[in-house]
Design a protein around this ligand. Structure first.
Ligand code: PEP
Ligand code: MG
Length: 584
């Protein structure tokens, strides 16, 4: 039994599918004579594809972002064409009978040793470029040698180092029952993807890829974060029972999809969904959400093979709006940086503290034309749905000056479209509240926005000065900590007094314990992973506003997070015992 971090609730049993990452576990077997030619051919195909991709990337980045940003891809093409690079790989495949990915891994090791000796920062940066080229090549090798899953039966449990957005897209066609990752946290990519699909997941199990093989039987317990590999028959049958209960509970809850979200005293709530793409938009509709409270557009960029231009974005946004409940979508502009990097936006710029650094609208401000393209695409898409409700939302707003500047960007995008004779209309413009500075000055910021959405995942990490993805300190990132509860109560109160709609769209909106407290604070709009909408609707129906206010009052008396957590666990146990399985 291995213990990690519970990141998406529920229990799943399935066959392990280990997705190797070249840096973690390259192929070690020696090739047979008969396999060498095919391996060389795979490598050449991967190289051709990587090269074509880099050429397109260079051209598109030059036109969409700028000449400087594109130059990095010219350097990557030079590396790919370097005869020393390719000759070594070919020789190792033919003479040492190595698989292509193992040869690439060996080459990276050689370069790393070589570069370790230099003090020259410029040369050190080039090592990152070599690494990038090797990753790109490996990506194509995997797609060339598409893993054959036909011998694996039943639902699969994906085991990987970290689930990247591009891998998640590739997994779209397989029945994934559970996810286990070596790294990651409650708010990392893998967690967000797993929760949005309602798949049980556990993150942060060190070394799991060394101990688990594809084909092993795995149990994922996303309630308390543990994983069992090839467990004995009795353990397996106990988990099968739990798995059935989890599936039954999900099915039963999904029956409430057409019921309105109201509290026991009849107060209506807005339960919206957080989505990353069209699949999630459909899930939001299927789960009974009444709108999309957060569409994370960065996934469009992260999964696009180069840079999405205005038309591509326009089409993608239209598709999202079309598939979302009531065509109601809050589109968040690009939130890149922190844990998510785009190769063409300053990847060569090293930061000691990426979460505190060049991230989100700060990057957008540095690339005005690129930012403008996104805004134009959003405004065009909104105009296609005059009966929908499309809104623009800006992430990581910190100061009054920023929000004024952002408004100026929206005005310019309207003007540019008008000059092209494209009709647009005014749509609501809102901010995410994720930085304590914005929480403190919320009253003045409210004059510049139509709505607010609290990104509690970030707000918590900035408030607690603890990186949400750093396992050594992220124990501090607790939504139930007294400091977090106080700041949220103040912000919700300020927005309610100013009659500005406020939503919480961080993970806490979809967790029963925190949902109850937010309800007690006066919050009526919640946005969460689609899979959580039914359980939150269920719990909302069990509690009156008055009761939620009383629960909040008691919770606010505790000084320690653990006391609040125990107290809230008891409340959930009393109100809706069956939902405890879905609470993490
Ligand atoms: C948040 O910070 O709470 C949020 C919803 O944004 P993200 O998790 O995408 O940073
Ligand atoms: Mg955020």
């Amino acid at each position: 039994m291995r213990r990690g971090i519970a990141v998406s609730p529920g229990v799943a049993i399935g066959t392990a599918y280990v997705i190797h990452d070249i840096f973690v576990n390259p192929e070690t077997k020696r090739l047979e004579d008969s396999e060498i030619t095919a391996e060389l051919a795979s490598y050449e195909t991967a190289r051709d594809r990587a090269s074509a991709e880099l050429r397109t990337l260079e051209k598109k980045v030059e036109s969409q972002v700028g000449r400087n940003e594109a130059s990095i891809f010219a350097i990557h093409q030079q590396i790919l064409r370097d005869p020393a690079f390719t000759n070594k790989i070919r020789a190792w495949i033919c003479e040492d009978r190595m698989a292509a990915d193992a040869a690439l891994h060996r080459l990276l090791g050689e370069y790393t040793q070589l570069f370790a000796k230099t003090q020259d920062e410029y040369l050190k940066e080039r090592l990152n470029d070599v690494r990038d080229v090797i990753i790109r090549l490996c990506g194509h090798l995997v797609s060339t040698n598409q893993a054959d899953l036909s011998h694996l039966s039943g639902p699969l449990i994906v085991v990987t180092n970290d689930l990247l957005p591009s891998q998640a897209v590739a997994l779209g066609n397989i029945e994934v029952a559970g996810i286990v990752t070596q790294v990651g946290s409650q708010t990392g990519h893998a967690a967000i993807i797993a929760r949005s699909r309602g798949i049980p997941a556990v993150a942060g199990i060190k070394g799991v890829m060394r101990t688990v093989k594809t084909g092993d039987t795995i149990v994922v317990d996303g309630r308390d974060g543990h994983v069992e590999v090839n467990p004995p028959a009795e353990t397996l049958s106990a988990f099968r029972k739990l798995e059935r209960e989890f599936v039954d509970l999900k099915d039963k809850l999904a029956e409430n999809r057409d019921h309105p979200a109201v509290t026991a005293c009849g107060t209506s709530l807005h339960l919206h969904a957080n989505i990353n793409g069209v699949t999630d938009a459909k899930a939001a509709t299927a789960m009974g959400a009444t709108g999309v409270g957060l569409f994370r557009t960065e996934y469009l960029y992260l999964t696009h093979q180069d840079v999405p231009d205005e038309d591509e974005q326009f089409q993608a946004y239209c598709q999202i709006i079309e598939n979302s409940p009531q065509n109601h979508v809050t589109i968040r502009t690009l939130d890149i940086g922190g844990d998510k990097a785009l190769s063409y936006l300053g990847k060569d710029y090293h930061e000691a503290n990426p979460f505190m650094g060049w991230r989100s609208i700060r990057i957008s401000f540095s690339h005005p034309e690129f930012f403008n393209t996104q805004l134009r695409a959003i405004l065009r898409a909104a105009a296609e749905f005059p009966n929908g409700n499309v809104r623009i939302m800006f992430p990581m707003v910190t100061t009054f000056e920023e929000i004024r500047k952002l408004r100026g960007f929206v005005r310019k995008a309207h003007k540019d479209l008008a000059a092209r004779k494209i009709k647009t209309r005014d749509i609501p413009v809102g901010m995410m509240l994720e930085v304590p500075a914005a929480a403190i000055t919320i009253e003045s910021l409210l004059s510049q926005v139509d709505f607010v959405s609290v990104g509690s995942n970030d707000l918590i990490q900035y408030l607690m000065a603890a990186d949400r993805d750093n396992p050594k300190v992220n124990y501090l990132c607790q939504p139930l900590s007294p400091a977090v509860l106080r700041i949220l109560a103040q912000v919700i109160d300020a927005c309610n007094r100013a009659r500005k709609p406020i939503t919480v769209c961080g993970e806490m909106a979809g967790q029963p314990k925190t949902f109850l407290l937010l309800l007690g604070m006066g919050l009526r709009r919640f946005s969460m992973s689609p899979a959580f909408v039914p359980s939150i609707k269920q719990i909302a129906g069990q509690v009156s506003i008055n009761e939620a206010e009383q629960i909040l009052k008691s919770a606010m008396n505790f000084r320690e997070t653990a006391q609040v957590t125990r107290f809230m666990a008891r409340q959930i146990e009393q109100l809706a015992p069956s939902l405890a399985m879905l609470d993490i």
